[in-house]
Structures are given as C-alpha cells and as structure tokens.
Design a protein around this ligand. Structure first.
Ligand code: MTE
Ligand code: MO
Length: 440
C-alpha cells in the first residue's frame, strides 16, 4: 500500500460514514457463536434441500434417464440423474413434501444468519487483497444463490410466475451455483465453525437472561460489535424467535402436504383449497373451466397408438374402456408445489393392458395428450417402467364414482410415485413410442 499516493491511502483507510463505520453495528448478539449455531441448523437442512431437489428434478423429466439426455455437445455436463421409479407410491409425495416444507422452515434461519453477518457486507476497504476479493465474490454467489432459490421457490408454490424464464430450469441451475459456493464456503469455514461452537454452551445460553447478555469476545472476523450496545433481547430470545418463525411456517403449510382434514390448516398454501363435493372432494389444481374444457359427451374416443414396428391404432369409447378389466389402486397425487390430494381410490384400465392392446413393445415410452389446447400441462411422457407399474392406470372412476370434470373426466392418468404434473387429465390421445423417440 506504500506505493499508493497519499490521498488514495486516505480514502482506502477512511470508511464512508454510516453503515461502513465499525461503530454503526452495535448489537451485542452478533458474534461467531451466534452465527455458528445458525449454521449448524442450515448445514443438514441445505444438504437435504439439495438432495430432494435433485430427486424432484429427476422425477419431473423422464428424458433424464441414462441414455435419454440428447443435449448436443453435452460432454461431461450431460445428465447423470437416474430415471424415476414407479414405486413406492408415496415416493414423490414424501420427497416433495420435505423439499417444499423444509424450504419454508429454513427461511427464518437463513434470514437470521444473514442478519448475523450483515456488517460484513459493509466492510471497508471493500477488498484488502485479491484473496479477499475472491472470497467476497464467492459470498455474493452464496447469498445471491440462497436468496434466488428461496424467492423463486416461494413464488412457484404461490403460483406467481412473474419471471421471463422457466422455473424448472432456473431453480435447478440456481441450485448448482448456490451449492458450488456453499461447498467452498463450508470448506473454508468448517474449522472456525467448530471453534466458535466450542466457545460457548448452548445450554448455558438458553439460561441467560437479557440483563446478563453481553457481547462475545472480539473475533478476527469482526462479527462482534466494536462498541456493543446493551442487549435488548437475549440470545435465547433471538433464537426462540427464529424457532417460532420456523414452527409457524411449518404449522401453516404442512397441512397441504398431508391432505384430507389437515388441508384446512394450510393457511399459507394457495392451491388445493378448491375441490368438488362428496367422493370427489379433494384438491384440484386446474379446474376444467380454467383449462378450457367444456362438457365432454358420449362422442369422446381415446385415440390409442402402438409403437413401431407394430403401430396398431385403436379408438375406444368410455363404455369400451369400462368393459375392459378394471383395476383399483389407492394412490396419492403429489404436486411439485408440495400439496397433495391425499390417498384416493382410483379405478380404470391398467396402462400395461392398453400397451398390450395395441401391441406396444415392453420398452416403449408413452406420450399422453389431453383435450386441453395451448400451453399448460396438457401432455406428459411416461417411461416404460412407469407404464408397466401394476398400479399405473388410465383412471375412469375415483372413490366409487365417475371422475368429476375437474378431476379429469372422461379419463385421466394416475401413476404411483410420479409428480402430479404427469397425471394428465382429460386424456385424448395415448401414443406409445420407442424410448429415444420421446425427445424428437
Ligand atoms: N390436462 C391437464 N392435466 C393435468 C394438469 C393440467 O393443468 N392439465 N395439471 C397437472 C398437475 S400440475 C397436477 S399437480 C395434477 C393435479 O391433479 P388434480 O387437479 O386432480 O388434483 O394434475 C395434472 N394433470
Ligand atoms: Mo402440479
């Protein structure tokens, strides 16, 4: 720094007033121990978010099964996610319930952690060295990534699509950016985390009143205030507030995952409050009216096409479908947004039986299209394994009555363990196709 002119040195050494001055930040709660205790909660939480997120991504897109990823020049970056199985039936329900609910529960902890390190955002000088600059840049990815993932996730479950990009891709690639920064961050801070945790006992902190709350000893990272003010809340009180926030989010959202009677407690969940009556009284994502589906009459036919080399075609009325062997399966439908229908009793024709009718080969995928026009979730591809799962159905009835219009009359797909979006309603056409063809 001695090579710099004196006036430059003066600027570098004199922080701007306000937020950049050490004396501005005075909470006696900030310190390595307080930050570390929040990190201990986030570490397993974020790991579980990442794993359930990857699983959800794999479940959403059957084209990600090995060999199905046909992205040109993908090289090493091609998908290595496995294909998604068709059982146990609760697989996606539990995975997505954990992903969405845990994501909400982590919000207060992330906010508390950001608060605990907030003065670091206003460090002066902004960069002391190249290493320091790189470290701060990685924190930008870490904090930016966390905020991006939480904000897009919450907006998605609130059905608020106010962005120009695809949620599915943005949330996925955002997760990789965040996780890269997260791994670097944990690797660099793990030893400091351990030291900080050993510096105090949680049990003792939980017994310390506000009056007895004083700042932690000064630390090399300057998390502890240079000139701490008297405490206005104890560490116990601050941590209690975080836990209460997390529990409130849990309590007001977990009912949408469980479904049934618990659904009415999910005051923070926008979906699944809209349903039919009697046996079809369970949550509907998009009603027939919203999807532009008018009344479907007796002229409706299912157009069924086999896969090459024996591309047999059939056109089946609902009465003909009902005359085929009927199978009943108790299955939940679980949406990517976390809510579920709970377990319902679906009956109809096994997808495997439909495959046999048109002579589709056992390795054929199935492309399902609905009567719905335009965008939305009017079509889906099912893998051969999903088609041949014993409980995979083209459902015609639910809980002993015909499907209601909102639940997909005249026929809908229901497959165990799949994301709700693949359970196409108001089915018009089913086309079996050789596995690789699904992408072209
Ligand atoms: N044709 C069609 N099928 C569809 C949808 C749709 O919008 N159109 N929504 C899907 C989504 S996202 C979910 S979660 C489930 C919800 O099923 P439900 O509305 O019967 O509860 O249906 C799926 N099937
Ligand atoms: Mo969904």
């Amino acid at each position: 720094m001695t090579v710099l002119p004196r006036w430059v040195r003066r600027i570098v050494q004199t922080p701007p007033p306000g937020l950049f001055r050490a004396g501005f930040w005075r909470s006696p709660l900030r310190g390595p121990w307080f930050t570390a205790i929040l990190s201990v909660a986030l570490l397993p939480g974020i790991t579980l978010m990442f794993l359930t997120g990857l699983a959800s991504y794999a479940a959403y897109n059957p084209n990600l099964a090995p060999g199905n990823d046909t992205t040109p020049d993908k090289g090493l970056l091609g998908s290595w996610l496995p294909g998604w199985p068709a059982g146990p039936s609760w697989l996606y329900w539990v995975n997505q319930g954990v992903h969405v609910t845990l994501g909400l529960v982590l919000i207060p902890i992330v906010l508390a952690k950001l608060w605990s390190v907030l003065p670091k955002l206003f460090e002066w000088p902004p960069a002391r060295s190249l290493t320091h600059l790189l470290e701060r840049a990685s924190l930008l990815l870490l904090v930016g990534g966390a905020v991006f993932e939480l904000v897009t996730g919450v907006m998605n479950i609130q059905s608020f699509y106010a962005w120009p990009f695809s949620f599915y891709q943005a949330h996925y690639y955002g997760a990789w950016v965040f996780m890269a920064a997260f791994v670097v961050h944990v690797a660099f801070r793990l030893s400091r985390l351990r030291t900080a945790l050993r510096s105090r006992s949680l049990r003792a902190e939980l017994r310390t009143s506000r009056a007895a709350t004083t700042a932690e000893p000064p630390d090399p990272d300057h998390l502890v205030a240079a000139n701490p003010a008297p405490a206005t809340i104890s560490r116990r009180g601050a941590l209690g507030m975080v836990v209460a926030g997390s529990l409130a989010l849990l309590g007001l959202s977990v009912g949408q995952v469980i479904g049934g009677a618990a659904r009415s407690t999910a005051l923070l969940a926008p979906r699944g409050q809209d349903q039919g009556t009697g046996p079809t009284d369970f949550p509907v994502n998009k009603t027939a009216t919203e999807a532009g589906i008018g009344p479907v009459d007796a002229s409706w036919r299912l157009e069924l096409t086999g896969a090459p080399p024996r591309s047999r075609r059939m056109s089946l009325s609902r009465a003909q479908l009902l005359a085929l062997p009927q199978h009943t399966a108790r299955l939940p439908i679980a949406c990517v947004e976390g809510w579920s229908t709970g377990v319902q009793s679906w009956s109809g024709v096994r997808l495997a039986d439909l495959a046999a009718l048109v002579g589709a080969t056992p390795d054929a995928d199935l492309f399902v299209e609905s009567l719905q026009r335009g965008g939305g979730f009017g079509s889906a591809t099912l893998s051969a394994a999903q088609v041949h799962a014993p409980d995979a159905l083209l459902a015609l009835r639910v809980n002993g009555v015909d499907l209601s219009a909102d639940h997909g009359f005249p026929a809908r797909v229901v497959v165990p363990a799949l994301p709700g979006v693949h359970n196409t309603k108001w089915v018009a056409r089913m086309t079996f196709q050789p596995a690789a063809e699904a992408l072209r």
